[in-house]
Design a protein around this ligand. Structure first.
Ligand code: NAD
Ligand code: LMR
Length: 342
């Protein structure tokens, strides 16, 4: 168990020891889209967290069985199921953290932006309900295209008068998880030690691993840099093609989302040493939203870390300039969708 859970070993030890501290604070977490390919394994992973007292599972269908099944696990959190829009307000009552993996996934040949027309409306409806029922909750957006759904969520929260930019997160943890895995394999490093910051956004070239800032320090040839960068950028497509029409990444995504939930809850619980990459409102570049390393605290984003953007290699510098064009357009598409609907 020592190294078993989501985050790195030292943090896992902390999770483990907490199980023997009944006085420690615990939180209510809601998953919207809980019966889906990501939702189910994510629910299972977070059901193992000692930081959660209540797990609210919401979907438009099939969630009753998932909740009944999960509720038999003898881990501390209680599981509650909510089906359909009429039960959505109750699903969100008193919740500290909402994870949104609701929406359609890609099929081979599609871009994430091809999901916009369906998923933009789903995210809009769900975030409206979050604004009405748990406006102070941390919100983790997984639904694609993240580069647009996060700006949509921000606009909806603004329209409702409850936008707190420190509490809205686009989940890009899977890009970091992939980068760590691929780099460790390529350089024959111990996986648990590797940490690669990934900046920008979450689609194609907007995903930019900053390999020059890999920890532990390691050098890459130009060929290795190009190969690893492209693999990390195309990793989602690699899974979509391997699944051949049956969806996109679900298991690795659930793992990554559970890591981000665990990190957020540790921060909410007062841990002052929690860092993750996420797509958030940001002033690091001239774009209004940008993924980078952030420090998480009780109020959400406590600091945006600029160090990973300093002293970039020529390759990274150019890739950063190139990605801004696409990322800007995706952000603007999300903003104008939400403003037109207002
Ligand atoms: P899925 O189709 O297996 O599951 C989606 C679930 O959402 C279904 O259970 C469905 O009933 C539910 N749903 C649909 N409309 C809903 C609504 N209005 N309210 C509540 N629930 C609703 O899809 P999946 O594989 O779980 O992927 C979900 C989303 O996550 C996709 O948009 C996918 O592109 C995205 N994704 C993002 C990342 C990332 O790194 N951010 C990684 C993988 C997948
Ligand atoms: C991923 O990176 O796996 C997700 O964004 C899903 C996808 O469509 O690739």
């Amino acid at each position: 168990l020592r190294d078993s859970f989501i985050t790195r070993s030292a943090k896992s030890v902390k999770s483990y020891t907490r199980q023997f501290q009944p006085q420690a604070s615990t939180f209510k977490v809601a998953i919207l889209g809980a019966a889906g390919g990501i939702g189910q394994p994510l629910a299972l992973l977070v059901k193992m967290s000692p930081l959660i007292s209540d797990l609210h599972l919401y979907d438009i269908a099939n969630v009753k069985g998932v909740a009944a099944d999960l509720s038999h696990c003898n881990t501390p959190s209680k599981v509650f199921d909510f089906t359909g829009v009429s039960e959505l307000p109750n699903a969100l009552q008193g919740v500290d953290l909402v994870v949104i993996p609701a929406g359609v996934p890609r099929k081979p040949g599609m871009t994430r932006d091809d999901l916009f027309n369906i998923n933009a409306n789903i995210v809009k409806t769900l975030v409206e309900a979050v604004a009405d029922n748990c406006p102070n909750a941390f919100i983790h957006i997984i639904s694609n295209p993240v580069n647009s759904t996060v700006p949509i969520a921000a606009e909806i929260l603004k329209q409702k008068g409850v936008y707190d930019p420190k509490k809205l997160f686009g989940v890009t943890t899977l890009d970091v998880v992939r980068a760590n895995t691929f780099v460790a394999k390529k350089k024959n490093l111990k996986l648990i030690d590797v940490d690669v910051p990934v900046i920008g956004g979450h689609a194609g070239i907007t995903i930019l691993p900053i390999l020059s800032k890999t920890r532990p320090a390691v050098t890459f040839s130009d060929e290795e840099t190009v190969e690893l960068t492209k693999r990390i950028q195309n990793a989602g497509t690699e899974v979509v093609e391997a699944k051949a029409g049956a969806g996109s990444a679900t298991l690795s995504m659930a793992y990554a989302a559970a890591r981000f939930v665990e990190s957020s809850l540790r921060a909410l619980d007062g841990d002052s040493d929690v860092y993750e990459c996420s797509f958030v409102q940001s002033q690091l570049t001239d774009l209004p939203f940008f993924a980078s390393r952030i420090k998480l605290g009780v109020k959400g984003v406590e600091a945006i870390i600029s160090a990973d953007l300093q002293g970039l290699t020529g390759y990274e510098e150019k890739a950063l300039e190139d990605l801004k064009v696409e990322l800007k357009a995706s952000i603007e598409k999300g903003v104008s969708f939400a403003q037109k609907k207002a």
